[in-house]
Design a protein around this ligand. Structure first.
Ligand SMILES: Cc1cc2nc3c(=O)[nH]c(=O)nc-3n(C[C@H](O)[C@H](O)[C@H](O)COP(=O)(O)OP(=O)(O)OC[C@H]3O[C@@H](n4cnc5c(N)ncnc54)[C@H](O)[C@@H]3O)c2cc1C
Ligand SMILES: NC(=O)c1ccc[n+]([C@@H]2O[C@H](COP(=O)([O-])OP(=O)(O)OC[C@H]3O[C@@H](n4cnc5c(N)ncnc54)[C@H](O)[C@@H]3O)[C@@H](O)[C@H]2O)c1
Length: 480
């Protein structure tokens, strides 16, 4: 006979979203059961954000050594020991893992069950030999790599984010299919660590971003030797381990072309994890491959919510750890405190951690023009910033989209540390602020953050050319 648990809350999946829900609920003394079938911490800790940023950090270090001569420091080309790079990546995961561990959550009062969970009916989940009938359930089952139907793909070994961080030998030549955030970040990391890298992208690099801003990252990748092939059509994949061949369709009247590589990495998007969960038995609808949710993240079963990568409802394209954490707060407010809370993605930041980083919040130029008609655009180049010159990190610019009354509609920054530089713009937008809110702030000198102020001050330039104001200044000068 299976054990029966009757907690207030049962969370399925211990990744970013599930852990946040469980931690917040437990902090309020709510009885919580958390079910995880694999590793605590989910994708972000084990095969996503953390290892990718650790690998990028190793690549950035190698690149900094290569660029040292410009500072008057001569060093030979760095020697990369890939097994030790992997050990560094594992070490970073290991140092963060205790925060997400079953021990820590058990100490918080959460009952952690290691098993695969599935609904057996609308109000019961089975996890191993335990049955759970909770007042509310939260699905936080994440996503997995989407595998495109390319002929021949099933005949060759390929890497995904789930396996690429386990490599202990540097790929000689890495073919990456997909030029989204994963392709761009891992492409740059691998190139900086000494691999030849070719990115094959059907559309353009970082398609979800403003093309003008994505182009800054594209130029940086190309300047470092990444072969960036956009607008390609992959016909088939063949060859064998160590000698992969990707055949690209030629243009009109052109013969197909073969791209050769030692390794193949798929970075072609993510599919929400919805299989094997007994969703049908529980009356939980799936829409466009994700769990259908309303604005408050409730599924078609009123006892069940969905957060993070597995949730649909317009959250596609915003599959981030910080989005999953944000969802967690909404679900706790709704499910436990019955407060009205709903998802508002207007100020959800999007950051790609290449060098330069690309950060954005709000609308892109295309979206702003479609919604608001006339839009003012403010730009400021990083190269005009004193600190950037001192550090020799002058790539990129700020682009701000301004609507009526100076309202900030969107901001995008391509620069070193752009993910941090975007925060004041987020705060201003969250408060329905205007560009003057940024222009009137005193920024510390010399910091890169001043590029935001300089972009915002551009909005005041028309006033400095106004005949009336110039006349007034002249008259006051005359008065002594
Ligand atoms: C290479 C890469 C780099 C990334 N970098 C960033 C970044 O820099 N910044 C950022 O914000 N985001 C980044 N992301 C995205 C981020 O990792 C995800 O958005 C985030 O992990 C989503 O959290 P989640 O809780 O929805 O899912 P996950 O973290 O995937 O957790 C889901 C968990 O549910 C478990 N599970 C699934 N089904 C069941 C079941 N039936 N029973 C029990 N357990 C189950 C899984 O085992 C898993 O542990 C990156 C992703 C990748 C792949
Ligand atoms: N810094 C971050 O926050 C970060 C980093 C990595 C991943 N992520 C998350 O993970 C998600 C997945 O990242 P991703 O880069 O895999 O997905 P993505 O959907 O952003 O990009 C996938 C790319 O692959 C291309 N593609 C698909 N099939 C192809 C084919 N057959 N041939 C050539 N190109 C093809 C698409 O055109 C697209 O540009 C992101 O959307 C994001 O939510 C976030």
């Amino acid at each position: 006979m299976a054990d029966l648990l009757k907690p207030d809350l049962c969370v399925i999946g211990a990744g970013s979203g599930g852990l946040s829900v469980a931690a917040i609920a437990a902090a309020f003394g709510v009885p919580v059961v958390l079910v995880e079938r694999d590793r605590m911490g989910g994708d972000c800790l084990n095969a996503g954000c953390v290892p990718s940023k650790a690998l990028l950090a190793a690549g950035h270090r190698a690149q900094a050594i290569r660029e040292a001569a410009a500072f008057g420091i001569d060093v030979p080309e760095p020697v990369v020991d890939f097994a030790r790079v992997r050990a560094h990546v594992r070490g970073v995961i290991a140092s963060i893992a205790p925060n997400d561990s079953a021990e820590r959550f058990t100490a918080m009062g959460v009952k952690v069950i290691k098993a695969e969970a599935r609904f057996v009916d609308a109000r019961t989940v089975e996890a191993g030999d335990i049955r759970i009938q909770a007042r509310r359930f939260v699905l936080a089952t994440g996503s997995r790599p989407a595998v495109p139907p390319i002929p021949g793909l099933d005949t060759v070994p390929y890497l995904t984010n789930e396996t690429v961080f386990d490599l202990d030998v540097r790929p000689r030549r890495l073919i990456i299919v997909g030029g989204g955030p994963i392709g761009a970040e891992l492409g740059q990391a691998m190139r900086r660590l000494g691999a030849e890298v070719v990115i094959l992208e059907a559309g353009r690099l970082l398609q979800r971003d403003d093309p003008e801003m994505a182009a800054v990252v594209g130029r940086a990748l190309v300047s470092e030797g990444v072969e960036l092939r956009t607008g390609v059509a992959i016909q088939r994949i063949g060859g064998k381990a160590g000698a992969i061949e990707v055949t690209l369709a030629g243009g009109p009247g052109e013969a197909p072309e073969t791209v050769e590589g030692s390794h193949l990495l798929l970075a072609t998007g993510r599919s929400p994890t919805v299989e094997g969960l007994g969703l049908e038995e529980a009356g939980i609808a799936v829409e466009r491959g994700a769990i259908r949710v309303d604005g408050g993240l409730r599924t078609s079963n009123r006892r069940v919510y969905a957060v993070g990568d597995c949730a649909g409802g317009g959250t596609e394209g915003l599959r981030f750890t910080h989005a999953a954490n944000y969802h967690a707060g909404i679900v706790v407010r709704r499910a436990l405190f019955r407060l009205p809370a709903s998802v508002d993605n207007r100020v959800m930041p999007r950051v790609t951690y290449t060098d330069p980083e690309l950060a954005a919040v709000g609308l892109t130029e295309e979206e702003a023009r479609a919604r608001h008609g006339s839009v003012r655009i403010l730009r400021w180049p990083v190269a005009e910033n004193d600190r950037a010159q001192a550090e020799r990190r002058t790539q990129g610019h700020v682009k701000v989209l301004v609507g009526r009354g100076g309202r900030i509609l969107g901001c995008s920054i391509a620069a070193a540390g752009a993910g941090d530089l975007i925060v004041p713009w987020m705060l201003a937008m969250r408060r329905n602020g205007t560009v003057s809110d940024i222009a009137n702030l005193v920024f510390p000198y010399p910091t890169l953050s001043e590029i935001s102020k300089r972009a915002a001050v551009e909005d005041l330039k028309p006033a400095s050319r106004s005949g009336l104001l110039r006349g007034l200044a002249g008259a006051l000068r005359w008065l002594g």
